[in-house]
Design a protein around this ligand. Structure first.
Ligand code: AMP
Length: 583
């Protein structure tokens, strides 16, 4: 190479290796996240071979953190949180308290000071949004009680961690840490403030930031987005979302001294109030994913696998806290609130892992000299192992729940039979909640893929004519609406084979693919044809190339949107012309 380009080398190595490791992880049925972390370990200083630039990687990772937190803010829904607050708030608080207590205990046994224990415990107490949402979505639990409780619970944990991120720097000196490596607060230095003063100043700054965002941000941000959306340029819109997220986060850090993470969280939260939020979320997804990957890679780079081999006991204790202690606490709380055991088990399983927030806390803890770097290694090892084990735990929970349900059903059947013989069956106190179907039982039906502008028109007509169909939609909100109106609908990417299977594609008569993206539509066509050679496939396209692509893959009919528009316009014109001529 003619000159040294460490930034490019870091991005290229990070993304490429993350892709390779992520793909391998996916093949092995592990979450890709584990692959990204291992890619980081591979380019990190503790393993032989190429070593990426750590300072650059961690700076790139900051952008990942900003975008991740922006996403968390976007998904934050006050309404959802309020609907489950009765259990989510006490549940999250007790679970955080228990995990932190055990973190402090573990630190005490190892011989670390209280501050290290607190950071360790807090980091172990918060689950990963990425991992939890994926687990819940895969099991179609998003619209069930247990799904909502788990998500609400996680939001409360996230909020508590946001507070911890803000307060830790102020509290660090008290806990035996130091803010030496960090930029001193000019106001605090000028006023010569002591610890209580600095703490108060931090809270004042956060309050100022909140007021600023609620008064000015809340008007300004939607206004900018609205204006950009009206320019009609997708490119500008995508850019505006990114620019807003990054500049609010950066401004929050520079002007108000609050963390980048909190700033981004608020930018996202404000966006989520406006009608454009759904679009904003989708527009920021690809970039967020790319930088989030770099974040996980850079976290992996800090991991010293040797530390685990040298001393495995603290690591085993860490995993024990994440998986057993936290789950037990969650189970007891959910049961105490008189929810069924199956709900308690699902919630425990979804929270029995740690992820991105723990890494952010660990980083801060190390920077503040509160947490020794071995503590960060423990947190990283705990995250990798608990994320890997999460699907296994879920499988066990699913099996237990299934057995209990079968037993209950058998018992219910037996008791109804006995009751029928003697006296009328007692009315159950509470009807069991409807279980979301794992797979459609329809046959000879239509599978309708995509329920947007095109799909919903098709769907309404099918409904009106009494045709039986199953919808597949990527947007959870749309699926929830459909299910509410009694339509059988599955959420997810139809290009992922599992989703098509749940719509029982193998026994369907026809599939109507009403999604705009030809690449994904092609995947659907291919899999549908493979699973059901006789199925009638009707697909949607926007160019001749796309029509050819979909036909080649096995679509029977491909309707090109633009051609239909032209046809409609011509028809309109011709009839108008004829009318005018005859007059
Ligand atoms: P429209 O272009 O308005 O007809 O919207 C297309 C709809 O298809 C949107 O509601 C998307 O959420 C949905 N969609 C797009 N891609 C997929 C996919 N791969 N799987 C399922 N739904 C999808």
């Amino acid at each position: 190479m003619p000159h040294d380009t460490p930034l490019i080398a870091t991005i290229v190595a990070g993304l490429t290796l993350a892709f390779v490791f992520g793909a391998v992880a996916h093949r092995l049925k592990a979450p890709p996240l584990v692959g990204y972390l291992l890619a980081g370990v591979a380019v990190g200083p503790f393993t032989p071979g190429y070593v990426a630039d750590q300072a650059l990687a961690s700076e790139l990772a900051e952008i990942g953190v900003i975008l991740l937190m922006f996403g968390v803010g976007l998904h934050f829904s006050l309404k959802d949180l309020l609907s489950v607050r009765a259990i989510a708030v006490p549940g999250a608080i007790v679970q955080i308290a228990v995990a932190t207590l055990f973190g402090v205990l573990l630190a005490y046994v190892i011989g670390w000071p209280l501050g290290a224990g607190l950071v360790l415990g807090l980091a172990l107490s918060v689950a990963s949004t990425v991992v939890l949402l994926r687990a819940i979505q895969e099991r179609h639990l998003m619209d069930t009680d247990r799904g909502r409780i788990a998500v609400g619970w996680l939001i409360v944990e996230d909020l508590a961690m946001v507070m911890a991120l803000v307060l830790l720097p102020a509290l660090a000196p008290l806990l035996g840490g130091s803010t030496e490596g960090m930029a001193p607060d000019p106001v605090a230095a000028y006023l010569g403030l002591g610890l209580p003063g600095i703490l108060a100043l931090t809270l004042v700054k956060v309050a100022l930031f909140l007021v600023f965002m609620l008064v000015i941000g809340r008007r300004f941000i939607p206004w900018v987005l609205h204006w950009v959306a009206h320019t009609g340029s997708r490119e500008l819109f995508r850019l505006s979302v990114l620019a807003l997220a990054l500049s609010v986060a950066f401004g929050a850090a520079k002007l108000f001294g609050v963390s980048l993470a909190l700033g981004a969280f608020f930018a996202g939260m404000i966006l989520s109030e406006s009608a454009l939020s759904q679009r904003a979320a989708q527009e920021s997804l690809p970039l967020r994913d790319a930088f989030a990957v770099l974040f996980f890679v850079s976290v992996g780079m800090l991991f010293d696998p040797g530390s685990i081999v040298r001393d495995p006991w603290p690591m085993l204790a860490t995993v024990f806290i994440i998986i057993v202690v936290k789950s037990a606490a969650a189970y007891v709380i959910v049961r105490a609130f008189r929810h069924p055991a199956s709900t308690a088990l699902t919630i425990s399983a979804s929270l029995a892992q740690i992820g991105e927030f723990s890494f952010i806390l660990a980083e801060l803890g190390v920077a503040l000299k509160l947490l020794p770097s071995e503590g960060r290694d423990l947190i990283l090892a705990g995250a990798i192992i608990s994320i890997l084990l999460n699907p296994v735990i879920f499988a066990i929970v699913d099996r237990i729940n299934k057995r209990e349900e079968d037993e209950e059903e058998a018992a219910a059947a037996a008791s109804t039979a006995a009751d029928a013989a003697s006296r009328p069956a007692p009315v159950p106190a509470q009807p069991p909640p409807p279980k979301p179907p794992k797979r459609s039982e329809k046959t000879g039906h239509i599978v309708l893929v995509g329920y947007g502008r095109v799909g919903s028109l098709v769907g309404q007509d099918l409904l009106a004519s009494g045709e039986s169909f199953v919808a597949i939609e990527a947007s959870d909100d749309a699926v929830a609406l459909l299910q509410k109106s009694g339509v059988e609908a599955f959420s997810g990417n139809a290009a992922a084979g599992e989703v098509l299977k749940s719509a029982n594609i193998a026994q369907a008569a026809s599939v109507i693919i009403a999604i705009p993206e030809a690449f994904e539509a092609g995947q659907v066509v291919e899999q549908a044809r493979q699973a059901n050679p006789g199925i009638r496939i009707i697909a949607r396209a926007h160019s001749d190339d796309e029509v050819n692509h979909l036909t080649d893959l096995g679509a029977d009919t491909v309707i090109m949107g633009e051609r239909e528009i032209a046809r409609g316009m011509l028809e309109e014109f011709t009839s108008w012309r004829q009318k005018n001529r005859t007059q």
